[in-house]
Design a protein around this ligand. Sequence first.
Ligand code: TUI
Length: 321
Amino acid sequence: MKTRITELLGIEYPVVQGAMARIADGGLAGAVSEAGGLGIIACGGARPEWIREQVARARALTSKPIGINVMLMDPRAGEVAELVCELGVEVVTTGAGSPANYMKMWKDAGVKVVPVVASSALAARMERLGADAVVAEGTEAGGHIGELTTMALVPSVCAAVSIPVIAAGGIVDGRGMLAAFALGAEGVQCGTRFLTVEECSVHEAWKEKVLKAKDSDTIVTGRGTGHPVRGLKNKFARECRKIEMAATSGEELEGMYAGSLARAVAGDVENGSVMAGQVAALVTERGTAAGVIADMVRGAEALAGRSLDELAELNSRRARV
Ligand code: TUI
């Protein structure tokens, strides 16, 4: 394929693997990049030594471009931002804030900068500061989320900027990819779909929970702290919601979330924060990174170019192409 995203990032297919904190390592990122997408190492909560190791691991799996994600709420974000330049990764994405303070450093180092945004205002600000593209992430996504749905956000971001837009949140297959392109996107980013692939090292219990999830099985916790997080329903999430209802201050709640991702990563999927997007319900098989990318592109291409009449006829038979 050839879109402004494939050209900008030097990849074959405009499919980016979402940076899942404490999960997306060099093994997953390397496999995604080798398959022609863009693999991203998630650095939220990670030590610099771990980041160096994972970049080396990804580099051993592929000679194609890879990315690093800087989680801006992380106290070590500044240190990670500098590592991006030192390690010579081709692309940096950011999440959960504005990367304004690091933009010049990255641009000067020749890194492609792709901030994740949840509003058209931040997208426009990022463009003014020199961002090469943005990821417009709707609230269907897993992990830290904004308010707007992908359906509302993507066209609005596309109208606000001239740089290419990568859609994220609720995209799991070729249908979603085509829908995102219809809304104005030139690429897609998927996290949840990559959780269950062979190369993803997340705990087996987490994978099983995703595979079993129904459409109503995700829940948003942390709204009271100003840092809402979407994950799969479990004992932890239910308790969070109960306490959130009664809490009088954000600080009162912060402690409840401390260590919750680490617990889930260790396999305690009842008492930890099992982040996943709403499309967990649509993830029904494991597969491989390469399989996911091929399936998405093939599925989107197979639907593209059909008339609305044809699509409606296919839909009336619940036919999948
Ligand atoms: O960053 C994400 N998703 C994440 S980060 C993460 S790590 C974590 N660990 C423990 C607890 C909580 C989180 C898990 N998931 N997605 C990108 C994203 N960014 N979504 C929404 C935003 C966003 C929201 C508001 C970006 C900017 C923003 O406003 C910034 C501003 O200054 O206007």
